[in-house]
Design a protein around this ligand. Structure first.
Ligand SMILES: Cc1ncc(C[n+]2csc(CCOP(=O)(O)OP(=O)(O)O)c2C)c(N)n1
Length: 534
């Protein structure tokens, strides 16, 4: 079946049975590719049926599908003519692991950072209306991404706007780790609302008995929905802010998905479809361990085990040192924006479950919340990937730096990060942090210096940024010298004797480096020294 799929039209032609077969073939194909290239597995396996249903009902590129984060767009890429190119996903000169408008017209908006899809889709819907067009606009957002402030700002605007658009809430109860927060509890109540599912069927029956033409249908749908809502649901967040809520619907049943998507097209306003999916669906190891298979390196399909053993990295050193510091100082707390495992906090969470706060994918809130804790005497440590720190820029300035509060901001994955592409590179943080007053910024040359810097940061009692790269130390260089960390002090690691200087011009080379680049600079310096000797 898969080999026949070169464009969405090919999916539209299939029978329901054939679509089910296609779903299984797509799963096998993706598992095989991700096992070789690495990538986002569990999230993609969860949206196979949803993506097939979307392409059966909507017409891209005229209709716009915005994938939140975009890590789950592999099936969309397969269906929109990139089946063969998927084999080179995330590789140099291969296709990207996220939607890219310059890669294919069906990718209508670039994503990578979470919680942007509803804003972008609402913008597209408004642009459509102003230009008298009539295409559909759909945002596909996970329950994890929904915890991001931007998504909630957009829901607020979209619900009130009355603009025709569809938000698909892909609810698998997981962010990277299990989803946290009050919204997750609220969704939990909707997930189990059997009564509502039944009434929803009633709604569908009533709607199908109304002739499907123009505005009267819409008004009728909304009137029926309102009356049912008043009957059975006391308080419905989505409905109350202006959305027509449809669902919950089984996200692995293509037929049901298609019928609810079709239904959403009839509503002339914002619709939210609540789709229940299983992260990792169809691959035993990913179903059992969706966090590990959220984003994975290469692995063995039979055992699910990684092909390469993971070396000690900076995130691990961070987690271990933080535990040590937290044992000595009970004011130390950790704050994470839904990245407990990635930032090395898993063990800390086990040892100090009451001193770690997972605030959801909410970097802005994480920083201001940490500022509040710091104001009242705690020492919050907030590890966030460099590219996601971009989200919290104003909070770092306004809430932490200007009040000179002792928040320790740990900038993980600083520098080039590789296969996730341009949205995930940590290349701007040094430029933007250095503009902010009151910040002490450090970058360690190796693990030992990183530990010293964390100790120093705790003692400093001021806002501190420590940036460190993805991965581990440089294997070829081991530093013996470790000066005590001091404010504004550089460390001289190697000096060339005066006699070695060029005798005529007395010229010398000075290499100044920070962080990971110190090892590289050392290698160069050693080479120069060697050349001088020869
Ligand atoms: C601003 C930002 N912070 C963190 C991340 C890292 N991240 C990527 S996907 C993800 C979880 C997304 O969960 P959800 O939206 O529920 O999608 P799922 O993978 O469960 O389908 C996180 C935290 C990100 N992409 N953007």
């Amino acid at each position: 079946m898969l080999e026949k799929i070169n464009e969405p039209e090919d999916v539209k032609k299939l029978t329901q049975k054939e679509k089910e077969i296609l779903a299984e073939e797509i799963r096998e194909y993706i598992i095989r590719i991700v096992s070789k290239n690495g990538g986002h597995l569990a999230s993609n396996l969860g949206v196979v049926e949803l993506t097939i249903a979307l392409h059966s009902i909507f017409d891209v590129p005229t209709d716009k599908i915005v994938w939140d984060v975009g890590h789950q767009s592999y099936i969309h890429k397969i269906i929109t003519g990139r089946r063969e190119q998927l084999k080179e996903i995330r590789k140099f000169n291969g296709i990207a692991g996220f939607p890219k408008t310059n890669e294919n017209a069906s990718d209508c908006f670039n994503t990578g950072h979470s919680s942007t899809s509803i804003s972008a889709a609402l913008g597209m819907a408004r642009a459509r209306d102003l230009q008298g067009k009539n295409n559909n606009v759909i945002a596909v957002i996970g329950d994890g991404a929904l915890t991001g402030g931007m998504a909630l700002e957009a829901l607020n605007d979209a619900g009130y706007s009355k603009c025709k658009m569809t938000v698909i809430l892909n609810d698998n109860e997981m962010s990277i780790s299990p989803n946290m927060g009050g919204l997750n509890n609220f969704l939990g109540k909707l997930r189990t609302k059997k009564l509502y599912t039944r009434t929803n069927n009633l709604l569908k029956r009533q709607i199908s008995s109304i002739p499907l033409v123009g505005k009267p249908v819409v008004t009728a749908v909304q009137r029926i929905k309102r009356s049912i809502k008043q009957l059975v649901i006391h308080k419905m967040f989505f409905e109350d802010i202006g959305f027509t809520y449809l669902g919950p619907v089984d996200g692995h049943n293509i037929e049901k998905l298609e019928s609810i998507l079709e239904l959403s097209k009839q509503v002339n306003g914002p619709v939210l479809i609540h789709v229940l999916t299983k992260k990792g669906k169809g691959y035993k190891f990913a179903e059992e361990n969706p966090d590990r298979f959220h984003a994975t390196s290469t692995f063995d399909i039979e055992t699910g085990e990684p092909k390469k053993a993971k070396n000690k990295d900076y995130s691990k050193v961070f987690g271990e040192k933080l535990i040590e510091l937290a044992k000595e100082n009970d004011k130390i707390v950790a704050v994470t924006a839904s990245m407990k495992n990635g930032t090395g906090l898993a063990q800390f969470a086990k040892e100090f479950p009451y001193r770690i706060f997972d605030v959801g994918i909410a970097e802005q809130h994480a920083i201001t919340m940490a500022a509040g804790m710091a104001k009242e005497g705690m020492i919050p440590v907030v590890p966030i990937y460099a590219s996601f720190y971009q989200r919290a820029y104003d909070q770092v300035i306004h809430d932490v730096a200007m009040q000179n509060l002792p928040v320790i901001m740990c900038v993980d994955r600083a520098g080039i990060v590789g296969a996730d592409g341009e949205t995930h590179q940590g290349i701007l943080d040094m430029a933007f942090f250095r503009l902010i007053p009151n910040l002490t910024i450090m970058a360690p040359k190796d693990f030992r210096e990183f530990e010293d810097m964390l100790e120093f940061a705790v003692k400093l009692k001021k806002p501190v940024v420590v940036r460190y790269p993805r991965g581990g130390e440089d294997k070829e260089i081991s530093f013996e010298k470790h000066d005590e960390i001091g404010l504004g002090k550089a460390e001289v690691l190697q000096q060339i004797e005066n006699s070695q200087l060029d005798s005529d011009s007395q010229q010398a080379v000075t290499i100044v480096a920070i962080g990971k680049m110190v090892a590289r600079a050392m290698k160069k310096a050693q080479k120069i020294k060697q050349e001088e000797r020869n």
